[in-house]
Design a protein around this ligand. Structure first.
Ligand code: G
Ligand code: G
Ligand code: MN
Ligand code: NA
Length: 255
């Protein structure tokens, strides 16, 4: 109850901020992408995870304004880099199914924001989870097609968890498949995980997608995934989610 009021207030009183986690090209170690991750600094409770407040924000109907803020903040920050490195640098944002279901405002606003800051559409990657594909109807498909026609890219996030069904992967034309960190964890010790990662990389490539392996925490995992042909890696081994300034420095230092 309290949290509902607090969430309404959070946007207007600047309590949200974004962290950016660098995504590394496993072939050469360069950083050409970041994922924007939302943070809420609650005045009394401190940091609250989006895993907790996003579902609430969806329920009480404030996910739209929050998502618009996320896109605007991430795009405005990285616009100079996106313009300087077209076809190269990308910013990934997470979206919620709820924001896309009502009307076409979410798509329209995202496209307008991209245009306002004069960045290539292809600089933006929209990350969807499998859960989002559960009730994917023709109207929703058309909305994503609109984004893709402009050049915005799509990533299938947390792949292999939750509602997993292989058919989801064909529901939209994804540019990236993000292997969930569950599979990356214990990669060095569990032959089953290894087989699954190998299969996911092979399948993604067959379907014309690039692979991002999430949750890489050590050199062994990094080595194995690189050997399996995964294209990109994300995880604490390379970089944690960090402020815009730190992320910018990190990118410059690794490229
Ligand atoms: O960064 P962290 O591990 O706390 O993120 C927890 C979850 O919140 C992840 O599943 C992530 O995808 C999601 N998340 C992070 N930022 C956003 C956002 O801006 N919008 C939405 N809808 N989800 C987000
Ligand atoms: O669901 P999604 O993939 O969007 O969530 C990304 C979340 O994963 C971020 O909140 C980030 O903090 C977390 N994360 C990123 N790298 C690692 C890692 O190497 N290990 C673990 N445990 N979590 C990670
Ligand atoms: Mn994500
Ligand atoms: Na994920």
């Amino acid at each position: 109850r309290r949290m509902v009021n607090d969430l309404h207030a959070a946007l207007s009183s600047d309590q949200f901020f974004l962290n950016y986690q660098p995504i590394v090209n496993l072939k050469d170690g360069t950083v050409s992408k970041v994922e924007a991750l939302l943070r809420w600094k609650h005045p009394e409770q401190g940091l609250i995870s989006p895993a907790h407040f996003i579902p609430l924000a969806e329920d009480i109907g404030v996910i739209g304004p929050i998502s618009n803020w996320v896109a605007r903040e991430a795009i405005s920050r990285f616009a100079p880099r996106c313009r300087a490195e077209p076809q190269q640098f990308e910013v990934a944002i997470n979206v919620s199914p709820v924001q896309f279901r009502r009307g076409t405002r979410a798509i329209g606003t995202l496209l307008e924001t991209i245009e306002e800051f004069g960045i290539p559409y292809s600089s933006i990657v929209v990350e969807l989870t499998e859960g989002m594909l559960l009730n994917l109807d023709d109207t929703m498909k058309k909305k994503f097609a609109m984004l893709q026609e402009k050049g915005v890219k799509l990533a299938l996030d947390d792949f292999g968890t939750g509602y997993s069904s292989l058919s989801y992967i064909t529901k939209l034309r994804f540019d990236y498949l993000k292997i969930d960190r569950l599979f990356v964890h214990e990669l060095g010790t569990d032959p089953t995980r290894l087989a699954l990662c190998e299969t996911m990389v092979w399948m993604a490539h067959k379907l014309g997608m690039k692979v991002v392996a999430e949750g890489i925490e050590n050199e062994v995992q990094s080595r194995i995934l690189t050997d399996l042909g995964a294209d990109f890696g994300q995880g604490f081994l390379f970089a944690r989610p960090m402020s815009f300034d730190d992320a910018s420095q990190h990118i410059d230092a690794t490229n």
